[in-house]
Design a protein around this ligand. Sequence first.
Ligand SMILES: [Zn+2]
Length: 395
Amino acid sequence: MKSTNIRRKKKLRSMLFISFIICIALIIRIGYIEFVQGSELQSMAYMQQTLNRKINPRRGTIFDSTGENVLAVSASVETVTVNPGNIKKEDKEKVARALADIFNLDYEKVLKKVNRNSSIETIVKKVEKEHTDKLRIWMEQNNIAAGINIDEDTKRYYPYSNLASNVIGFTGSDNQGLEGIEAKYDNILQGKTGKILKLTDATGSDLGTEGEDYIEAVDGDDLILSIDMTIQSIAEKYLKQACIDNVCTDGGNILIANPKTGDILAMASYPNYDLNNPYKINDEDLSFVWDTLSSGDKSEALQQMWRNKAISDTYEPGSTFKLVTSSAALEEGITDTDNSGEFACTGSINIAGTRIKCWRYYRPHGGQSLRQALMNSCNPVFIGLRSKIRSRNLL
Ligand SMILES: [Zn+2]
């Protein structure tokens, strides 16, 4: 009887000892997790529990001078991202396969992103809603919601494609202005990016509105140009015709300004390019050999195509200034348009000790009216006319 009691006591004591050891081990383990791994685990949990996604603002619209014709506009599209850590291991291949099929992407590349150890991966940018709706249906049918995000985004469209392309310019994949007006006035057009910061549970599902931070995007402002779409179209049409007819290998420009205000009503360049497809070269010969070019040559050719030659290249006004001299003389009543033989071209004229020739110095124009002199672009006549204006102290 006594010996069994002792045995029982012994058993109890050893049980207590084992429990004590286990307790100590647990306390050490908790201490280790809390104090040694604490901060690392906390940041891992934060990464898993929060989804930090950008909301792109709507970029401002660019109008022509009437305020009615839209030259550049942002339309709603959607961008798909994944949070790899929130997609269950057994679902990864399935998700990658669906994303690749719906958006026509390379399965291996998508799978790599889905398996990556990062908080967010972009799968596809700026797709039309009809495609993302397919994804929504697939997610519902397969009961997979966690880890796949479909966010609103915007895409730039240029309704008139080539019209005023060298003036307007275009935007990059992050809606930033890269060329022309789009780049110059980027800070006005771009707006402010918003943010969705959400707390989620271990599966990536939303934890209600608690812990949700939604910073709304601020849309960009609109721009109204002095360019009039109708005048611009006409200028481009005739510029193209003139360049083709006269085989202008360097292309050409037309600038049309309102003389009263100086507003630029049209700024046409030829050749121009398609704003909706700005990386497609407009030169036929180059496009044939495009794939064989080095990246440096490609970039140089594109820069050349995008450049707004009307403002970036220099050009001597030369004979175009004869219009100013003519207008001044007519306004002051110094001459008339058709006084036959009023001026004389002898092939050259001396002014300030320099002999300036007429382009047809070898067979001078002889007697000229103002109209004839303008038609013939005769230098001596206009130098003479300018002296006449000057003698009246008008210039
Ligand atoms: Zn002449």
